[in-house]
Design a protein around this ligand. Structure first.
Ligand code: ATP
Ligand code: MG
Length: 569
């Protein structure tokens, strides 16, 4: 492709709307163009990268034994009534009406449509297993579309769905897709982690997310050298040595803590570590007042709290409610002497305290040497706190380290959730009828372009991994007005094209400075500069990733490029 004839609108300045490098670089390198919030065009350069990723995904899905199909985007709203998912999606579902006033939704994902297909077309165990996939535009009215195509309202997803007669069979396909996803991300040249999305100890169906590591990723991940990785929000909080507090006396003692309402202030004032203090957080769930006790240097994880208490509406008590309940002000609550009926739960780590410092439910006072079981009783213990870097791996008990990631893929054992709700069954050998056992497997194709750039860029621009770069080579004739320069450029271009190499030739009549800057920005892996040294029969080869430069005799350069590119493929 010749740049002078292409739509590659690079920008000199950073667009103000872009908060993270990938968004900034996709706009600046002319890969995407915004139509409206969360809705983007993939311009020719961006589209080429997208197509390469799609190609890798298709090859790996086909190799895993899946079949490609294409389902409609326009869905009659009733199908979401059948699956019971209408309320799950809520405002994320885009809806519209046809001329007869029927309501339709723009597909956010396709479990309903595919389950309807299976219900009619897969009648017997002999038809199973099957795994079907598509690459299609999805619509979700995200509350906060952001970071360009990373979290868009219209985006491209590869979604696959599998149907099975047995759990073992589902497990087999699940492992194959997991491997396919590993291959996809590795072939795209990116570092990643696979995280457990549903922690085993909480129960629920197996599910894994594929995270491309990047500083600005929205997801926080804890991972361990043994290969275990987990979403921070879902990780178990567990420390190496939780034993806290001294022996404590026969009784707890009162400590005056004037004006010290935060853990840090109390700890500093008493000359102890915040870890010695146990925080009491007061909530309301239904009609009950609930006290949750956690180590002073930790925070409650709201997701876990909602799950353990089984109440999405659980809320903090207001300050006035706290003083009504405890008789003391905010900052001085504690578990000792709470009115009857207050339900007390404690984090599992609190179990390990031989004694603890807590609020006295009185202004400016704390209690030291308090013991659970003697001075108050917890109704139950649970994993209530937010995990953090250094917490122990549940598999091998080594401290885990934290990184940020971008979720590019998500695989899920659905079980019979949709097939039961939608009455999609098959007949077994004996004629018995059973709902299909299902799996679903999503991969964010357009998000993957942004994720790759988020991981692979430097101060000057994008650093494309070779396998997904829009072009393999960029040819940069510096003096386009010079006959020999242009002749050489076009001769090399045509020889490379003949061999199936993707070539972008910057034939624009611009200053070398501008052309060099643009070439760094768009980040094609190899750049061949044809400049002043051509008079000596030499051209310059530049590797974008390593920034290595070599002078090559012009007669050898095609072979050298072919060796490098074909050798790495
Ligand atoms: P997220 O937690 O990021 O909202 P999700 O759990 O809603 O993702 P899934 O429904 O599992 O995502 O969709 C499968 C894949 O589609 C995701 O792993 C992600 O790569 C991609 N994806 C989801 N939402 C978007 C979006 N708004 N824009 C771009 N890609 C998306
Ligand atoms: Mg989402």
């Amino acid at each position: 492709m010749r740049w002078s004839e292409s739509c590659i609108p690079t920008l000199k300045e950073n667009p103000r709307e872009a908060e993270i490098p990938s968004h900034r670089l996709m706009l600046r390198a002319g890969l995407i163009k915004k139509l409206t919030s969360g809705v983007y065009t993939f311009l020719p350069l961006g589209f080429k990268a997208l197509r390469k990723i799609e190609g890798i995904i298709r090859e790996e899905m086909d190799a895993a034994g899946c079949q490609e199909l294409l389902m409609p985007i326009l869905h009659p709203e009733e199908i979401y009534g059948e699956s019971g998912r209408l309320s799950n999606f809520g405002p994320e579902l885009f809806k519209l009406r046809d001329s007869r006033n029927r309501v339709f939704a723009l597909g956010p994902t396709h479990e309903e449509v595919i389950t309807m297909i299976a219900r009619e077309e897969m009648r017997s165990y002999r038809d199973l297993p099957q795994c079907l996939y598509q690459v299609l535009t999805k619509f979700r009215d995200e509350i906060r579309p952001r970071y360009g195509v990373m979290r868009a309202r219209e985006f491209i997803m590869k979604d696959a769905y599998s149907f099975h007669a047995t759990e073992e069979c589902l497990d087999g396909t699940y492992r194959k897709i997991e491997q396919a996803y590993r291959n996809i991300i590795e072939r795209c040249g990116l570092d990643y982690r696979i995280v457990e999305a549903e922690s085993g100890y909480i129960g629920g169906n197996e599910s894994h997310e594929f995270m491309v590591l990047a500083e600005n990723g929205e997801d926080r991940i804890l991972s361990c050298g043994c290969g275990y990785a987990v979403n921070l929000e879902r990780a178990r909080a567990k420390e190496e040595n939780m034993a806290r507090g001294g022996k404590g006396g026969d009784r707890y003692s009162e400590v005056a803590t004037p004006g010290k309402a935060t853990v840090e202030d109390v700890a500093a004032f008493m000359g102890v570590s915040p870890r010695e203090i146990v925080k009491t957080l007061l909530y309301r769930s239904g009609d009950a007042n609930i006290a949750i006790l956690i180590p002073g240097d930790r925070e409650v994880n709201d997701i876990k709290l909602v799950r353990i208490m089984n109440d999405p509406a659980i809320r903090f008590l207001e300050p006035a409610e706290i003083s009504d309940l405890t008789g003391g002000p905010v900052g001085f609550s504690g578990p000792v002497g709470l009115p009857a009926g207050t339900r007390i739960f404690a984090d599992e780590m609190v179990k390990e305290y031989s004694s603890m410092i807590v609020g006295a439910n009185r202004a400016d006072t704390h209690l030291a040497g308090v013991k659970e079981g003697r001075d108050f009783r917890a109704e139950g213990f649970g994993d209530f706190t937010m995990a953090r870097e250094g917490d122990l791996c549940p598999r091998c008990s080594t401290p885990m380290s934290q990184a940020n990631g971008i979720e590019v893929g998500h695989i899920f054992k659905l079980g019979t959730k949709y097939s039961s709700a939608m009455n999609a069954t098959f007949l077994d050998e004996k004629g018995g009828s059973h709902p299909f056992i299902m799996g679903c497997y999503g991969f964010g194709v357009s998000r993957m372009v942004a994720a790759a750039i988020e991981q692979k860029h430097d101060d000057d621009g994008i650093v494309w991994p070779a396998s997904i770069a829009p072009f393999d080579v960029m040819i940069l004739p510096l003096k386009t007005g010079d006959g020999e320069t242009m002749e050489t450029a076009l001769r090399i271009e045509s020889r490379l094209l003949e061999k199936g190499i993707g070539v972008l030739t910057d034939d624009r009549d611009l200053s070398p400075g501008v052309k060099f800057k643009d070439s760094e920005l768009v980040g094609i892996p190899l750049r061949l500069t044809i400049g002043r040294k051509l008079a000596e029969g030499k051209v310059e080869l530049f590797h974008r990733a390593s920034r290595q430069v070599e002078e090559v005799p012009v007669g050898n350069v095609v072979e050298k490029i072919l060796d490098e590119i074909l050798g790495s493929k």
